[in-house]
Design a protein around this ligand. Sequence first.
Ligand code: MRU
Length: 353
Amino acid sequence: MEKPVEAIQSVRLDDDRDMLILLDQTLLPNEKKFLELKELKDIWDAIYLLKVRGAPAIGIAAAYGVYLGTKKSEADAYESLYADFKKAKEYLASSRPTAVNLFWALDRMDARFKKEEGKTAGEVKLALKEEAELIRAEDEKVCESIGQYALSLLEPGWGILTHCNAGTIATAKYGTALAPIYLGQEKGYDFKVFADETRPLLQGARLTAWELQEAGVDVTLICDNMASIVMKEGKVQAVLVGCDRVAANGDTANKIGTSGVAILAKHYGVPFYVCAPLSTVDLKCKTGEDIHIELRPSEEITTQWYEKPMGPKDVKTYNPAFDVTDHKLIAGIVTENGIAYAPFTESLPKMFK
Ligand code: MRU
């Protein structure tokens, strides 16, 4: 049987046409449209406007973007080509601050550039393309492995609550938090998934509910403020979420609202698991205090998804896109190399070995 997630590839390179092809995630679930982007400015906009979103997918898009930006350069000496690469890298790095995968992918492209020192411009460009393709291909394997480890924590028939979208369209394939659900689906685990709608940009409603439904998974859409009642009613046996950055002590930044879900899960005795590719673990951040939380425009709360304004004109808003879940609320962090348990300062570094 074809795996249900194989159909959707949200980020890919069309090298022959010098284009980044992106599934426009802002149009889902109403329209499945692929954008064809050539200009760095359009790629920057696509990341900022969440046309491509989800930490791993942002990293992959940035890797392809910096490759395409460098490919265009007319510089023929290694040093001048590097200057153009650096400009493109810094520009793309300014698109969103929280998901560390963006910086991780760009740094990895940088390291590859430096490894090619002394090569011709053509050879360096080919190496960059190879590296970007590797980043994408590796993410596919990483997600599958996270899915296997996470599945070992779950039992058939369980109710699983998730927040935001950490699914196939947020990664190269399979997703992180949704990977065990897809793998379980293939094994007949019959999970019942509760998808928080995820205000204000509704990634849970528009994306998670959509992609799980497309894959034939039993999914129930709830508003964010209903997480408590479904837990209280015993409908949820585990919470699985993705993440944008994990600090060395296990504090985890993920979509706004995640920390509230973790607090509820603790109250109701439901295990709360974070699914984190190692590209999302940032040991340079000691705690969640070191993670830069992105603030986004008011319109996302008041008007963006509505025909009429949903708040009085000029009302003050506060719109942080992420929050940090305290490591004490996290039962385990599932990586591609195994599951890290508290104390995370000791278990997370071991995952890299
Ligand atoms: O603002 P977004 O939609 O990019 O936020 C995405 C999330 O918070 C996801 O949970 C996270 O990036 C993990 S995706 C595998």
